[in-house]
Ligand binder design. Structure first.
Ligand code: CA
Length: 695
């Protein structure tokens, strides 16, 4: 009956929009919409488990009384050692996950035996247009297929049973600015995906694709294009009034790179949009709110038509993506049952919105912030601290939260039993200031941030001199009382997402390699396991044959993978770990983080070359190789490079792209030979300075 209603509704819609192609009907076998809305006991079918993305499981075989007996059941190593951010899915006894480079793997969820593996063979030079490593956050299951978005911009469908390719289609607008790292979501026969790229020149959008063919069914842009081309819809025309200058030349940003939540209760899709681009408004004459960047937007799930928006960060100039996962829950607020959205974006505020209308209910800072003087209690609009407009004041502003965000893609979880939301937060301010005489280029970030900050040893917690003090925490947040209930300090930034279970547990993995369980109500530590690696992903859980399992991916990388956080490299062994009660499997001994000795060639350059080199390094190099040339374990620490004494070797890498097969692209379009030489002298000066300082 439901499916007939659905088909009739779709027919009505299509008669209104005759130009649209009729999409394939929803599937009736395998993983159906009904199954996605209500998974069989023990299965985990959506990115956030339930469609509301609560990352909550009602399994309670593992609970606060026995979690101490949790042991390693099995593990499997990946052939790529980059950032691992995926949340696995489990269906019919098979665990499906993605690794860096958008590879897909299917394992026997009980034994860990590899069922199949699929490599989309993403060209490694794609890394040059990926802001944040070659990560991927997971697959979607629908019918008899598995869907993945690849870093180079393809939507790929595979057979669940065999991993054989069914179709693949490029769905990004170009091969210069767009990448895909997010997990696809499903809404009634449509596969939903956006893209990354708001550090480049992307124009954000959410696309809906036919699950059987990959054909685009509809697309909603998040920022207006060139008015001379005409606006796609009224929402774009309205948004254009909140921009100035020739924003479309730089794309505008607002990319939908992670949060997409389909809500059958309202028939809407909610998605989070990224920062406005370039970060610094004044360099391109941008003024105003820049809608719909740094916002939650809701569209009709069938047609993609605009329903409502709520902008969390107007006038974005702080890289405050609103891309953090969007959760829906039912709460009783002031005696009234409300279906609401809970959101904790990078800007440090926790929002509660009415899911149907987008109406603001509450907004409270869940982490330290200084970019506002508060928010309007009725509308929720941020009241911006004038000093935070660093491009207007012309002064450096140390913004909190920093560009890493108080909380980003790492899934938060919600327990209906405790009524609490479990959020991994970062506490790290970052100074922002405008680059003088900034000019856009064809490669690298287009952020117009003063690059010199990123190439000096005082670059804060992402650089070399900051001690590894408490910089992060796992917090339990009460969305009704609007306050923190408990907190566990974390020693490094960028920790993984969370999982809440009916066994009164919260599970959380950390950058420094611990996988831990806490009492969901009180935050008491109950179990801790040394993974010998680093966790930036969120765990999930499933049950087979009367046993409950917990799975999590390890592997350091992602947006801050280039950095030596807290001044130290972080170990990356990329694998999936699966735990159950009483299991006794053991991990092999970890590889040592080799002690290296700085041994640079003597410095023979000039101060002018070093300043020039530092400027270029801060613009093009630091994101992968670390602030102040101090790298994490993801990419080479260039202070130790054996090529520093050889001008031609450096030139062949930077200008000619000799290492592009490793993802180190050519910067020929942006840099000349003398720039390569300037970088070389900067990279020789840095280790000489460090050595002189006794490091
Ligand atoms: Ca961003």
């Amino acid at each position: 009956m439901v499916s007939i209603t659905r088909i009739l509704a779709m027919a009505a819609v299509l008669s209104l929009a005759a130009c649209s192609k009729q999409p394939s009907p929803p599937v009736t076998d395998g993983v159906t919409d009904a199954l996605l809305a209500s998974a069989p006991e023990g299965e985990w079918l959506n990115y956030g488990n339930d469609l509301g993305e609560q990352h909550y499981s009602n399994l309670e075989l593992i609970d606060d009384s026995n979690v101490g007996e949790l042991g390693l059941a099995w593990f499997a190593d990946f052939e790529t050692a980059r950032g691992q951010e995926a949340v696995p899915l489990m269906h019919n006894g098979v665990l499906f996950l993605t690794t860096a480079w958008s590879m897909v793997k299917a394992y026997d969820a009980r034994t860990g035996a590899l069922k199949w593996s699929y490599d989309p063979e993403v060209p490694r030079e794609t890394l040059g247009r990926a802001c944040c490593d070659a990560v991927n956050r997971g697959v979607a299951l629908y019918g008899d297929k598995v869907y993945v978005g690849t870093l180079d911009g393809r939507l790929v469908a595979l057979e669940q049973e065999t991993g054989n390719l069914v179709f693949e289609k490029f769905i990004v607008p170009n091969q210069r600015d767009y990448t895909i790292t997010g997990a696809p979501r499903i809404a009634n026969g449509l596969v939903l995906l956006g893209s990354g790229g708001a550090e480049y020149r992307a124009r954000g959008y959410l696309g809906a694709y036919d699950s059987q063919t990959g054909e685009e069914v509809w697309k909603f842009h998040t920022v207006p294009g060139n008015p001379a081309d005409g606006f796609e819809n009224d929402a774009m025309e309205a948004a254009a009034k909140t921009w100035a200058g020739e924003w479309w030349k730089f794309g505008g940003g607002g990319t939908v790179w992670d949060a997409i939540t389909y809500d059958p209760a309202t028939g809407l899709i909610y998605f989070g949009t990224g920062n406005a681009e370039p970060w610094v408004p004044s360099v391109v004459g941008r003024e105003g709110d820049s809608l719909y960047t740094s916002s939650i937007v809701a569209v009709d799930a069938e047609t993609g038509e605009y329903a409502w928006h709520f902008q969390e960060t107007p006038e974005d100039r702080w890289d405050y993506d609103s891309a953090s996962p969007i959760m829906t829950v039912d709460l009783t607020i002031d005696g009234e049952k409300r279906h609401v959205i809970l959101h904790a974006p990078k800007n440090g505020y926790f929002y509660v919105l009415d899911a149907k209308t987008g109406k603001f209910i509450s907004g409270t800072s869940y982490a330290e912030q200084n970019w506002t003087t508060g928010i309007d209690p009725v509308t929720g609009r941020a009241e911006i601290n004038p000093e935070a407009r660093y491009d207007v004041t012309g002064k450096t502003f140390s913004v909190n939260p920093g560009v890493m965000g108080a909380h980003s893609f790492q899934p938060m979880s919600f327990s209906p039993k405790t009524g609490l939301v479990y959020i991994p937060i970062n506490l790290a301010a970052v100074p922002l200031r405008t680059e003088e005489d900034w000019k856009p280029t064809d490669v690298g970030y287009q952020n117009a941030q003063d690059p010199l900050w990123w190439s000096t040893p005082t670059a804060g917690p992402m650089g070399s001199d900051e001690p590894a003090a408490a910089m992060a925490a796992l917090i339990a947040w009460d969305p009704l009382a609007k306050k923190e209930v408990w907190r566990v300090e974390r020693s490094k930034l960028g920790n993984g997402g969370t999982l809440a279970t009916a066994g009164n547990l919260v599970l959380h993995g950390t950058t420094d390699g611990r996988f831990e369980a806490f009492d969901a109500g009180k935050g008491k530590p109950l179990w801790s396991y040394n993974t010998h690696s680093s966790i930036i992903a969120a765990p999930m859980t499933y049950a087979i044959g009367g046993e409950q399992y917990v799975a999590v991916l390890t592997g350091w990388g992602g947006g801050w993978g280039g950095a030596a956080i807290g001044g130290t490299a972080t170990r990356n062994t990329s694998r999936v770990l699966v735990f159950k009660l009483g299991a006794k499997a053991e991990l092999p001994a970890p590889p040592s983080l080799a002690e290296r000795v700085l041994d640079p060639p003597p410095f023979t350059g000039t101060d002018t070359q070093v300043t020039r080199g530092a400027t270029i390094y801060g613009r093009y190099c630091y994101a992968c190789h670390g602030a102040a040339a101090v790298a994490g374990s993801l990419n080479p620490d260039l202070r130790y490079s054996a090529t520093l004494s050889d001008s031609n070797a450096i030139k062949s890498i930077i200008i000619e792209g000799a290492l592009k097969h490793n993802g180190m692209v050519s910067f020929e379009k942006a840099l000349a030979d003398e720039d390569s030489e300037a970088i070389r002298h900067y990279l020789i000066k840095r280790p000489n300075d460090d050595k002189a300082a006794g490091k």
